[in-house]
Design a protein around this ligand. Structure first.
Ligand code: URP
Ligand code: ZN
Ligand code: ZN
Length: 458
């Protein structure tokens, strides 16, 4: 099957030009002006922006967490992602403490394989680094194509590792060319504050926010960056929310070292005043929590400066009845919010349409940088001859309003209800097939493919 996409304005991390794209099978086979080719289908993209498919490297689908499961499974989550132009996600396998990484991977593959609509990969979260775990790292990288390892500096007793384990993991991952990522917050300090507020009878969602002050994140980010610099491992901080953490990334840069940083769309546009809405604030209970307006400005500046390379979602949805598990105690509210469907449109609207970032920066943080950092470039993250034909046709002028009544995520509220967005995903190609066209899905469960990744070079 072949398709010619005519006269779109192709945007890359450093490109902006009008041309035709010829797609044969799953790949882009030619790009040029007035291509003379015989194609099975022709699509007119005049007036539309043409982006590489979005990559969201931080999602949690069908994840067991805080006594329940995130409400989007691999089918509903990857389908919702496609509606919003995200053609690939990277999810997290969580090791159970006391068990192996291999058994966790098997468990996660049992839920994901054959069920995805869009493409996917995994990071493996190491929650118990010991001699056996150490021996599994090489195989994951070389045999499974899983090259990134997640660590948690919080959620003690379930996911958190200490600095001793962190150093050991970093040295082992470095040996085999992988990447260590981190949820960087000071778990002990957070647990102390949670216990204190609970003892004082302060139980509303506002105290979730107050139990994770900025210092819990900036301290852990700085500590992680120092350990990473000492070991020389390729390192990445997930869901960075605040100026203090960003300044730690900048500080390590000023010491001629480098740590990658990701923020998420919610931290760029929502703020902590939402926690003042009594229990409704539970919709935005996530870790780390939403911050202040000054942090939003810092993060946009960090994107501009290249200190923040990726905008993800940390999509981890829970239905309202699940959020109600914490009605009487904020520490029991399942942490996470839904965003997988709207990341790309929100980022375009808040970033490009409002003049905060260029089209090229948008493509970098929406797609290209994640492909490079996580070892999938140039298969993914770029519109180029030989790359996967993951292509989004985007109307930069169409306005629409986000609502739970029209979204495709398996959750009964929207964290962005009523937000007006400028820019709309019109058509999405995933490996050469039309996956979405005018709000209609055209591929089914099982079309999504597991993407093996390489160690990244930067
Ligand atoms: O609140 C969040 N972020 N839930 C998902 C787990 C994590 O920490 O990323
Ligand atoms: Zn996290
Ligand atoms: Zn997460």
């Amino acid at each position: 099957m072949s398709t010619i996409i005519r006269n779109g304005r192709i945007i890359g991390a450093s490109e902006d030009y009008i041309a035709d794209i010829f797609v044969e099978g799953e790949k882009i086979s030619a790009i040029g002006k007035n291509l003379q080719v015989a194609a099975d289908h022709e699509i007119n993209a005049e007036g539309l922006l043409v982006f590489p498919g979005g990559i969201d490297p931080h999602v949690h689908l069908d994840m067991p967490f805080m006594g329940t499961f995130s409400s989007d499974n691999y089918e509903t989550g990857t389908r919702a992602a496609l509606y919003g132009g995200t053609t690939m996600v990277i999810d997290f396998v969580l090791q159970t403490q006391g068990k192996s990484l291999a058994s966790a991977l098997q468990e996660w593959r049992g839920r994901s394989d054959g069920n995805c609509v869009g493409d996917y990969s995994f990071h493996v979260a190491v929650t118990d680094f010991n001699e056996h775990t150490k021996s599994e790292i090489r195989d994951l990288i070389e045999k499974e194509g899983i090259t990134s390892f997640k660590t948690f500096m919080a959620y003690k007793g379930a996911l958190m590792i200490d600095d001793r384990q962190m150093i050991g993991l970093m040295q082992e991952v470095k040996k085999h060319g992988g990447l260590v990522t981190v949820h960087a917050t000071n778990g002990d300090m957070i647990d102390y504050l949670i216990a204190k507020f609970r003892a004082e009878g302060k139980l509303s969602p506002l105290y979730h926010y107050l139990s994770q002050p900025e210092v819990t994140e900036s301290e852990a980010t700085g500590r992680f960056a120092d350990l990473a610099a000492y070991t020389g491992v390729n390192a990445y901080v997930v869901h960075m929310t605040c100026e203090g953490a960003l300044n730690q990334i900048r500080r390590i840069g000023s010491e001629n070292k480098f740590v990658h940083a990701e923020t998420c769309i919610q931290y760029l546009m929502l703020d902590a005043s939402l926690y003042e809405r009594d229990f409704e604030g539970a919709k935005w209970v996530m870790s780390p929590p939403l911050r202040e307006k000054k942090d939003q400005s810092a993060l946009w500046a960090g994107i501009q400066q290249g200190a923040v390379q990726v905008v993800a979602t940390d999509h981890c949805p829970f239905k309202w009845e699940q959020k109600l598990m914490g009605e009487k105690d904020f520490s029991k509210i399942p942490n996470g919010h839904p965003a997988i469907e709207h990341r790309m449109e929100l980022l375009y609207s808040e970033g490009v349409a409002k003049g905060r970032i260029s089209l090229q920066k948008f493509v970098e943080v929406n797609s290209t940088n994640a492909a490079k950092i996580f070892g999938m470039f140039p298969q993914k993250g770029i519109i180029a001859v030989g790359s996967d034909a993951d292509i989004v046709l985007f109307d930069p002028n169409e306005k629409h309003v986000i609502s739970a009544s029209s979204h495709h995520m398996n959750v009964d509220y929207s964290a962005y209800e009523g937000v007006e967005v400028t820019g709309k995903v019109k058509t999405v190609f995933l490996r050469g097939k039309v996956a979405i066209h005018n709000n209609e899905v055209r591929v089914g469960k099982g079309y999504g493919r597991f993407v093996r990744r390489n160690p990244s070079k930067n």
